[in-house]
Design a protein around this ligand. Structure first.
Ligand code: PLP
Length: 364
């Protein structure tokens, strides 16, 4: 039901705006301009070329992105970027790539880089349970690193960088899968950004890559064509059959961000308000709810917390599900509870969860 869609706190695929779901339902029936179901429209149609072009334009407008960057819509998820990035930037370079190991997902990105060359883990938060992020003074960056890779928001642990780490002179690569388009940032300080769609941008199936065109001047030989960013750039993201459905929904979400929300500053204000409400409920619980992340590094997207016992956590999940909430179980690697409050999660839904949490703690 519509109400349950709005109460979907899943880590991803997650909640989408109700207006986007309504437009998607209509497009599955028939795309007005084409008169065919979205599920059966050729990727070679003029209509779809315009879908890709407008989605790209909207992302450029939202970010103020210059033409120094290409915008690509790729498959293989964020996980394939764990390999494509070092294939492009590390393979045969003779240099060392720097990685920040700040949580579950940045940890996953490191072995794929090690397949391509030397990797230096500049900071490792595992001993502290990935509850906090490094302070700038803790990072000894090397000016001749092949690149720096980090994850702007660790989806599992719920820690999020509030500032951009690294040297501006070094190629900066960022996995923004779980906070892309949730707040404004200066894209010119990056060289490659990737984000899969299934958090803030749409359904699973497509990954947005922003890549500084200059990086493509030094592509190593022998890359499979599908793993060579240039193939997708030259073909305007229609090198082979792309996920037409997913890209169309990304277009709808980008229109929603621009026209209904009014851009990334407005989106960030809403996201801050939602996170403040939820962390406020945790902090006011007298220790009943315990936030995972150190307060300074708390994510505005993923709020991970624990209850005093596993039994209470099980009861919380059971009773919240009965009340219509879903997706609140923590990631399988961490357990506990995680409320993901991506862009499309409404402040009203967050307020309902806060009310539920207060009532659950009161009864306990
Ligand atoms: N990076 C981050 C920050 C994620 O949250 C995830 C998955 O949730 C991934 C990478 C892996 O993404 P995918 O499943 O699209 O490969």
């Amino acid at each position: 039901t519509e109400l349950n869609n709005q109460l979907n706190f899943s880590g991803g695929p997650g909640v989408l705006p109700e207006s986007v779901l309504a437009a998607t339902r209509q497009a599955i029936e028939a795309v007005p301009e084409v008169g065919l179901s979205l599920l059966g429209i050729s990727h070679r149609s003029q209509w779809f070329a315009e879908v890709v072009a407008e989605a790209e334009r909207n992302i450029r407008t939202l970010l103020g992105l210059s033409d120094d960057f290409a915008v690509l819509f790729l498959q293989g998820g964020a996980t394939l970027q764990f390999s494509m990035v070092p294939m492009l930037l590390l393979r045969g370079s003779g240099k060392t790539a720097e990685y920040l190991r700040t949580g579950y997902w940045s940890s996953k990105s490191i072995p794929d880089a090690q397949n391509e060359g030397a990797v230096r883990v500049l900071w490792d938060g595992e001993a502290e349970g990935f509850r906090r992020l490094p302070a700038p003074a803790e990072l000894q960056h090397s000016p001749d690193a092949a690149y720096l890779h980090y994850v702007s928001n660790e989806t599992v642990e719920g820690v999020q960088f509030k500032t951009i780490p690294g040297l501006d002179s070094v190629t900066r690569v960022c996995d923004m899968s779980s906070d892309f388009l949730s707040r404004p940032f200066d894209p010119e300080r990056f060289d490659l950004i990737y984000a899969h769609a299934q958090k803030n941008l749409g359904p699973a199936g497509v990954t947005v890559v922003l890549i500084r065109r200059a990086l493509l001047e030094r592509v190593p030989p022998g890359l499979p064509s599908m793993l060579d960013y240039r193939s997708h750039l030259q073909a305007h993201s229609i090198y082979n059959t792309p996920p037409v459905f997913a890209i169309y929904v990304v277009l709808l979400v980008s229109r929603w961000l621009l026209n209904d929300i009014g851009g990334l500053a407005s989106m960030a204000a809403i996201n801050q308000q939602k996170a403040a409400a939820l962390y406020g409920a945790i902090d006011a619980s007298g220790g009943f709810y315990e936030g995972w992340a150190a307060p300074a590094d708390r994510s505005l997207m993923n709020v991970a917390f624990r209850l005093p016992t596993p039994e209470r956590e099980a009861a919380f999940l059971r009773e919240s599900a009965a009340a219509g909430f879903s997706g609140l179980a923590g990631h399988r690697s961490l357990g506990g509870i995680r409320a993901s409050i991506y862009n499309a999660m409404t402040p009203q839904a967050v307020a309902m969860l806060c009310d539920f949490m207060r009532e659950f703690a009161r009864k306990a």
